[in-house]
Design a protein around this ligand. Sequence first.
Ligand code: GLY
Ligand code: MN
Length: 441
Amino acid sequence: MVHYQRLRSALARRLPDGLTLVSGGRHVARNRDVDYVFRQRSDFLYLTGVEEAGCALLIDPKRRRHTLFLPRIDNHHRVWLGHVPDARQAKTLYGFSRVLYTDQIPAAVKQARAGYRRAYADEAVYRKAKKTLKLQNRPAALRDALDELRACKTPEELEFMRRASEVSGRAHVAVMRATRPGMREYEVQAVFESECLRAGFKHLAYPSIVAAGANAAVLHYHANNAELKDNALLLIDAGAECKGYAADITRTFPVSGRFTRRQRDIYSIVLETQKRCIQKARPGIVSADLHVYSMTIIAEGLKSLGLLRGDTSGLIENGAVRLFYPHGLTHMLGLDVHDTTGGKKRAMPNPTKVPVRFVARLEPGFVITMEPGIYFIAALLQDPGLRRKHKDSVDFAKVEKFLDFGGVRIEDDVVIQADGPPRNLTAVPKEIAAVEAACER
Ligand code: GLY
Ligand code: MN
């Protein structure tokens, strides 16, 4: 609880001249009287740790007062949904000196606004308080302050992420052990998700991707219903969250438990790329440069297999490598699986010639993924325009033989350290021998 108090105080120090209002998430109806499973808004979770729906937060920096607002619960709610803490109980439960109900927001704001000229409020709560707030609102400044704060993780946040990674890692190992030819992708998904649930982790960080054979070439594959063939690889990209903090882990392993020669060739390039990129992930390195570095290793590997030819930097700049590796090496990880990139102050132009979404100078306390991949995506590799463009760079005759291959991605979550290589939160086998051993039953 002290942890959340500290984060609220840190936000108040960044926005000292206004009242800050942050809304929690609300239930969203799925149909009639059934709601979608509720997951708290990340900003609200970051500042309060409160997982209940329909709440709000007021920070009054001049008076150093933080107020939590809870929805007023009636008996209908108690009968159908059970006990929800009242204002008095919530004080001790969530560590607030003042807890009110959301219907008291206008009165509380009216009382607090003396001495302020501006507010920092997100739209949802601003609408509720607008009539009484009567302050100039700066929602973009609130967004920016939160993005800036959320980028570097505190020791408590890192502990949540370690636990998310630990449980997700166990689930990945359970998957390797349980997978057999003839199963369906959703059965593998069930192994992963039941392991997380059994550990008390109710929320996944994102929908699980369980992709066998050619399906692995669909980056965000979600159908998860195909049969696992004996000679195929299985790619599983799945992670649970702990207190809202995500794990984002991918492993690719043979359904049979033994890599074929061809699978080993592709897998080894991806593994080598990932390990070398992890070693290089240090403060001061720009994520986009690291991405280009990963493209270089992948290009060299694909050249050694005869799939690409020509000068490596040319293959990177002309887009040939992107045919096989069309996503980023890394993204920030935290309360969102693709987390905040650190606010305006950290924004910088892409120093490379390749398109990449995440461009930031790495700092101690950043948690990022490391997830190179190689895929054989028919939509790209059979596109007549792309084939014409890259006819000198790609051996398309050889590529044809890989169109049933799918892809390989290996993804770990790492914490950037002040000195030395990052701390790897992910402990799931990834060396070929270790993966084969984990697949033994
Ligand atoms: N885990 C999915 C992604 O990073 O896009
Ligand atoms: Mn990822």
